[in-house]
Design a protein around this ligand. Structure first.
Ligand code: GDG
Length: 458
């Protein structure tokens, strides 16, 4: 069996399956795939050094090896906080108003991609499969080819692919996408992002595109693009549901709700997640329906992220102001309708919170997939499941068609969905949940990794 070389911005080794760390689904999938195939997980250590040396720190994990490098502060600023999170992330989430185009960012991004290629090359053996993760490394395949690497190389993009009309606002966009076409396989979360990508290749690069097979031919090379919708580790997540921690978290939230219906949101504090818009929809619901303060409790868990980036400081300030204003207007002396919590919880606790909530409110403005929607579904009690309200702009909406699908920018529609969810009869809740849960259970992250690796093998 070929070894697997995974490349991602950060390396996150788990403590064994079922561990209740702050692991994301991606880390779980990579650990599983690496354990099965053996190989190396390569990335940035998270550490900064005054002068970049490219020196590798190797460590043994369970069944595979990790290899990390340190970066210079300027590289972190320009490649990570800069090009990745101030340029590509907003642009790829359709927020060209927030995208910053600084030449230094682009140069830092190319420099770090070259450093990654340089450090990685000596580690790769003839039959290894190289699997690169996400928008931090769009040109890495091309860099590896420039160093003479002939192995199969794949890229999976976890975030959306923007429409051509938006992408062309990026300086040097052709160079960036052309570099991507040195990968053998390019994976997207949804058919919509895949189609946008193929459209760009045809229109802007004049590449030869076959929509049916997803092949893109340019300059004598062929890349194949496909949709591989990522899932959660269903087995691991369900095991967390059986723990005392999950039960305690459930009881704590359900007990403190005092018979109000709990609506839950769990999101990194990010402007792509549509958080202010949720409060606007709540505002409308409270304005148009009587006595909501006694009927509904909205819990929003929002651990801060990317705090070095100004747009993230701004979204945080906006939310603090909006929740404060909302609660000031709608609270009673003994009831507060929005609990806005700026910290992370253990995954087992999240399971308990999801289960205590009869409505899952997942309304990003854009999202590559959105795993919270899938976790919410998985955590429901089969005999009394809650209702998922899901943005049609999340990749997950292509699969979770039995959710209440909404346009998150249309407050009236979200308000209506909240009302429908509050009143949905048990039979309908069960019927919808059965279909949703089958997708979440059967299309999990283990199968996702297997599908991608199978395509990468060719
Ligand atoms: C990117 C793409 C794509 C959240 N709060 C806590 C916590 N979380 C966990 C959730 C979930 C994960 O973080 C978030 O995943 P999402 O998919 O919702 O969103 P992104 O972070 O933006 O992820 C996204 C994903 O990559 C995978 O490809 O789906 O579209 O943007 O698992 O539960 N975990 C813990 N405590 C928290 O408070 N432990």
């Amino acid at each position: 069996m070929s070894r697997l070389i995974v490349v991602s911005n950060r390396v996150s080794v788990d403590k064994g399956r079922g561990a209740t760390g702050a692991q994301g689904g991606l880390a779980v999938a990579m650990n599983g795939a690496l354990r099965q195939h053996g190989g190396i997980w390569f990335g940035w250590s998270g550490e900064e050094v005054e002068h970049f040396t490219g020196q590798l720190t190797m460590a043994r994990a369970d069944g595979f090896t990790t290899a990390t490098i340190d970066l210079e502060p300027q590289d972190v600023e320009e490649y990570y906080n800069g090009y990745a999170n101030r340029t590509l992330w907003p642009l790829f989430h359709y927020r060209i108003d927030l995208a910053e185009y600084e030449n230094e960012f682009g140069r830092g991004y190319e420099r770090v991609n070259e450093q990654f290629a340089n450090s990685l090359i000596p580690l790769v053996e003839a039959d290894d499969l190289v699997w690169v993760q996400d928008y931090h490394f769009l040109p890495l395949g091309e860099r590896l080819r420039a160093h003479g690497l002939r192995n199969r190389i794949g890229l999976f993009l976890h975030i959306p692919w923007p429409p051509t009309r938006l992408l062309v606002s990026l300086p040097f966009h052709e160079r960036l996408v052309e570099a991507m076409l040195h990968y053998d396989v390019i994976g997207f979360q949804s058919v919509e992002w895949l189609e946008s990508f193929l459209h760009y290749c045809r229109k802007e690069l004049d590449a030869e595109v076959d929509e049916d097979s997803g092949t893109v031919r340019i300059g004598g090379r062929t890349a194949t693009a496909h949709a591989f919708p990522i899932g959660i580790d269903h087995g691991e997540f369900m095991a967390l549901g059986g723990t005392a921690t999950a039960q305690r978290a459930h009881d704590r939230l359900a007990g403190s709700a005092r018979n109000r219906t709990v609506v839950i949101g769990v999101d990194r504090l990010d402007y792509s997640k549509g958080l202010p818009e949720r409060i606007d929809a709540m505002e409308r619901l409270f304005a148009t329906q009587d006595d909501m303060v006694n009927r509904l409790l909205y819990v929003q868990i929002a651990p801060p992220s990317r705090e070095d980036v100004r747009s993230y400081q701004e979204i945080r300030a906006t939310l603090e102001q909006k929740t404060g204003q909302f609660n000031g207007a709608h609270s009673d002396v003994d009831l507060v309708p929005i609990r806005y919590v700026n910290r992370g919880f253990d995954r087992a606790e999240l399971f308990g919170f999801y289960r205590a909530a009869k409505i899952g409110l997942v309304t990003p403005i854009r999202d590559g997939m959105n795993l919270v929607a899938k976790e919410y579904v998985a955590a429901q009690a089969p005999d009394d499941p809650g209702v998922l309200i899901l943005s049609r702009f999340a990749g997950a909406a292509e699969q979770l068609t039995d959710a209440l699908l909404v346009n998150p920018l249309n407050h009236e529609e979200v308000t209506r969905a909240l009302w429908t969810a509050l009143h949905m009869p048990l039979d309908e809740r069960k019927a919808r949940w059965d279909t949703l849960n089958a997708v979440v259970r059967d299309r999990d992250v283990i199968g996702w990794a297997e599908d991608f690796i199978a395509a990468l093998k060719g």
